[in-house]
Design a protein around this ligand. Structure first.
Ligand code: NFE
Ligand code: MG
Length: 566
């Protein structure tokens, strides 16, 4: 017998997402992903000065706050063929890296670990002595002491006794799909609280370089607005740069000894989740952390993979690689926008037209495609591409994670597990290892370049008469982000953002192919349709951000649905 399940809203994500599933014999047979909110930022940008686009565009989201700023300045730079001083690239790259690590830490511990980790079991059943000993066996992390474990467990018990569970309210505690031993649950709970501290530390790097976060203030089309002056305290002094280095070093240990270790351990103990949630085998990522003024060499490679085989890797070589620029399209056949078209972003439009959702159009999210096919963007795509390119830090961290998983559950693992629900967490952790190394490399490069006497941080901008178009790409924490700008006589004529969560949360495409969440939910088990934990696992593995995906509120504040917190 088939049953329909509706989860609306999905919680522990950014924004408003509704998932509808058909369930038969304990498995999902069909799913629909529905973005229930529109914001219209692309429309606001029309007619503005391209130099201020990034300040508006980064308001698309307050989670991936820096990424739209980056993609936006890069789109204008691409349209104008404007070079960016290497100091500015290094400073931007450190912001990109630090933001990504903060985002990865928050996503795993705060937003998704509770899909796998039973907090009530950690509080009430775990032996803190055994848990601390196991944690020390798994990792050299210095904060795995018995005292730390005992204190955290006491704190959790107090929360439960008070009846006010705060962030742990309404979790699926005791759900049959929760499989971890109480001690492993306690390890993750201890690290949950530590994670709050480490995401703050790495976010300080973004704040110091960007002047504030969320929503940095230091970018400029053509570079950055941080003057480098070794004497003035108002600017990037050596003292500040060394403080940033200290913060990056502290977080370095947390990433490998805690985050990567915990993801590997939990992945090892849920092996079946390395086979649920697979996509169509098409992956798209772009290179990140440019190392030269033109954006032609990068610290981290990216590219396109088909048929799930890294032998089919086709690199995307530069910010202006026509292979990327020519092959991205968006369809609105199933989205709440006027018309029924599939267009390239330079000639695309965003004209809202709400339908009740019972017909062909059922979501505010558009459906992007690459070479006329949906593609998975995000950490799996990035990690596969970096391995395909033979990029050594990625090869090393991938090997480390796969071996760690194998050492916990005594199996031999290969990269085939990555495109899956659990594989997205594994890939995000691998990528975090790569990002933190690359970020430290950017710090060295900046110090060396300043040492050679180059203090330049911004190039001048001139807008020629006539029309220019450009794409700004960025490999954001949730995947490939691109901003597409058409400039006419110095003003924005068209602006389109094609965003990671648009690639993933989109509805059916123009040929009827399912969107990525829709595709990956099919086949998921469901032990108890009243408590659809397994659906949350797969949806959360993508780290949805609906503000990014749809970039409005009904101006009359009309109620579309009622909310029940799960
Ligand atoms: Ni609002 Fe985002 C990231 C972008 S969307 S979080 O990362 O771009 O997927
Ligand atoms: Mg868009």
């Amino acid at each position: 017998m088939s049953e329909q399940i509706v989860i609306d809203p999905i919680t522990r994500i950014e924004g408003h997402l509704r998932i509808e599933c058909e369930v038969e014999d304990g498995h999902v047979t069909q799913a629909r992903s529905i973005g229930t909110m529109w914001r219209g930022i692309e429309t606001i940008l029309k007619g503005k000065d391209p130099r201020e686009a990034w300040l508006i565009a980064q308001r698309i989201c307050g989670v991936c706050t820096t990424v739209h700023a980056m993609a936006s300045v890069r789109s204008v730079e691409s349209a104008l063929n404007l070079e960016v001083p290497v100091n500015a690239q290094y400073i931007r790259n450190m912001i990109v890296g630090a933001h990504c690590l903060a985002d990865n830490i928050i996503h795993f511990y705060i937003l998704s670990a509770v899909d796998w980790v039973d907090i009530a079991s950690a509080a009430l059943k775990a032996d803190p002595k055994k848990a601390s000993a196991l944690a020390r066996q798994l990792s050299p992390w210095k904060h795995n002491s018995f005292q730390e474990f005992k204190q955290t467990q006491d704190k959790l018990k107090k929360l439960i006794d008070s009846g006010q569970l705060g962030p742990f309210s309404n979790g699926y505690w005791g759900h049959p799909a929760m499989q971890l031993e109480p001690e492993v649950n306690l390890i993750a709970a201890v690290h949950y609280f530590q994670a709050l501290n480490y995401q703050r530390k790495i976010n300080k790097v973004v704040t110091i370089l960007g002047s504030k976060t969320p929503h940095i203030q230091n970018l400029a089309v053509g570079g950055v607005a941080n003057p480098i002056n070794l004497d003035s305290p108002a600017t990037l002094t050596m003292e500040r740069l060394f403080y940033i280095k200290t913060l990056m070093d502290e977080v370095h240990d947390f990433i490998q000894q805690v985050y990567m270790t915990d993801v590997a351990t939990i992945a090892a103990l849920y092996p079946e989740w390395c086979s649920y949630g697979k996509g169509n085998g098409t992956f798209l990522s772009v290179p990140e952390m440019p190392l030269d003024a033109k954006g032609e060499t990068f610290a981290m490679p990216g590219g396109y993979i088909t048929e799930g085989d890294i032998a089919n890797f086709r690199p995307i070589k530069s910010f202006n690689d026509p292979f990327f620029e020519d092959n991205v399209k968006e369809s609105v056949k199933h989205s709440f926008y006027k018309g029924d078209w599939t267009r390239h972003p330079y000639v695309s439009e965003t004209v809202p037209e709400f339908h009740d959702g019972t017909g062909e159009k059922y979501s505010w999210v558009k459906a992007p495609s690459f070479k006329n096919e949906p593609a998975e963007v995000g950490p799996v795509a990035s990690v596969l591409a970096m391995n395909a390119a033979g990029y050594q830090p990625a090869v090393k961290h991938t090997k480390w994670m796969l071996e760690k998983i194998g050492s916990v559950n005594s199996t031999k693992q290969d990269m085939g597990i990555l495109p899956s629900t659990m594989g997205r967490h594994i890939s995000r952790a691998i990528r975090a290892g790569v990002v933190q190394e690359a970020m430290l490399g950017q710090w060295d490069a900046l110090i060396n370049n300043i040492g050679s006497g180059d203090f330049t941080t911004c190039n001048e901008v001139h807008f020629p008469k006539g029309e220019q178009s450009g794409v700004g790409v960025h490999e954001a924490p949730r995947g490939t982000l691109s901003h597409w700008i058409v400039i006419e006589n110095g003003k924005i004529r068209n602006y389109q953002a094609v965003v990671p969560s648009t690639w993933l949360a989109g509805p059916l495409g123009s040929n009827g192919e399912p969107g990525y969440y829709e595709r990956c939910l099919v086949g998921n088990p469901m032990a108890d349709p009243e408590k659809p934990l397994e659906v949350l696992r797969t949806v959360h593995s993508f780290d949805p951000c609906m503000a990014c995906a749809v970039h409005m509120l009904d101006p009359k504040g009309k109620e579309y649905s009622t909310v029940k917190v799960l």
